[in-house]
Design a protein around this ligand. Structure first.
Ligand code: AKB
Length: 308
């Protein structure tokens, strides 16, 4: 029997590559929804605003959807520029989808959280799943609140909602959408295009990152895992590798020896300084066998290969 899967935010940085993987599955009928596309029901494409509650309910019920991936979000940097919109988009879309699952409109939900839930009081290195968590950005506040709502709907109503705290994600298919970690994509693109990059984060700012194929593999492993192996219903910590603008520049120079990096620090430095440098993801490893394939050098090599 085939599984009807709806990806909301299908044209975004994660949505694009998630759809490519879901499309490969014989048992999946994939429906894409995004504010950036036009409806073409023959191609199973739907124009949808993630804050349009009536539109979402209609689509899920008309298409008889089984699983939803809610990937639409306003990220950390854009969120600081527009806090109310970040809260509205990130929170209300989740609450609405949790309600629809509770009411039986579909069966399973994936919702992305982020390392942005951690704040300046959290341990910086090997940050544990459960620790002091006081986020300092509106994006982090919305993700932490959302995690509690997921846990609440699971415990109270049995809603099968699953979530990952993504680190910075590096990818080439689609631009990232206004995050603090976006430099890690831009630095490779600019290196190839003009041979230099001006970083808005200091050279030694270490953050956890993951190459997109690993992030998608993790997402699908979590969604495929048997229900009783999921021990965390807030959101799973996920690491990857640690990097910084300097370390990325070093890795890029293996291919472009003349690459130069300069610095013009902006408000994103304060956000980055409040986040962990590395993540303890032992629960993801134990519960659904998360495994990282790409380290920094392999990621940079794959990015350069794909972009050139
Ligand atoms: C951001 O930088 O805002 C995102 C994230 C870490 O969730 N990439």
């Amino acid at each position: 029997m085939s599984l009807k899967v709806l990806v909301i935010g299908s044209e975004g940085q994660i949505g694009t590559e998630l759809c490519l993987e879901l499309e490969k599955r014989d048992d999946v009928v994939l429906y894409r929804a995004d504010i950036r596309i036009l409806t073409n029901s023959e191609r199973r494409l739907y124009r949808l605003d993630a804050t349009d509650q009536r539109g979402i309910k209609q689509l899920i019920s008309d298409l008889q959807i089984d699983e939803v991936y809610l990937m639409a979000a306003l990220l950390s940097a854009k969120g600081e520029e527009n806090p109310k919109l970040a809260w509205d988009l990130n929170m209300n879309s989740l609450l609405h989808l949790l309600d629809l699952a509770k009411e039986g409109f579909y069966k399973k939900l994936f919702w992305p959280s982020s390392i942005a839930v951690f704040g300046p009081d959290s341990p910086k290195v090997n940050t544990p799943q459960n620790t002091t968590i006081n986020p300092s950005t509106v994006y982090g506040i919305s993700k932490r609140s959302g995690e509690f709502w997921c846990d609440y709907y699971f415990n109270k109503y049995g809603v099968d909602v699953r979530s990952i705290r993504y680190p910075g994600l590096i990818s080439h298919a689609t631009e990232p959408g206004g995050g603090t970690t976006d430099y890690s994509v831009a630095i490779v693109k600019e290196a190839l295009k003009i041979g230099n990059y001006t970083s808005y984060l200091k050279g030694d700012t270490i953050l956890p990152m993951l190459f997109m194929p690993d992030a998608i593999k993790a997402t699908l492993a979590l969604m495929d895992a048997p229900k009783d192996s999921i021990t965390i219903r807030t959101s799973y910590n996920l690491g990857g590798f640690e990097t910084s603008p300097e370390l990325m520049a070093h890795s890029i120079r293996r291919f472009i020896p003349s690459f130069e990096i300069s610095y013009s620090i902006d408000f994103r430095q304060e956000i980055a300084d409040s986040w962990p440098q590395s993540i303890n993801d032992e629960n993801a490893i134990a519960d659904w066998r998360f495994e990282v394939e790409y380290d920094l050098d392999q990621t940079v090599e794959a990015m350069i290969e794909a972009l050139k």
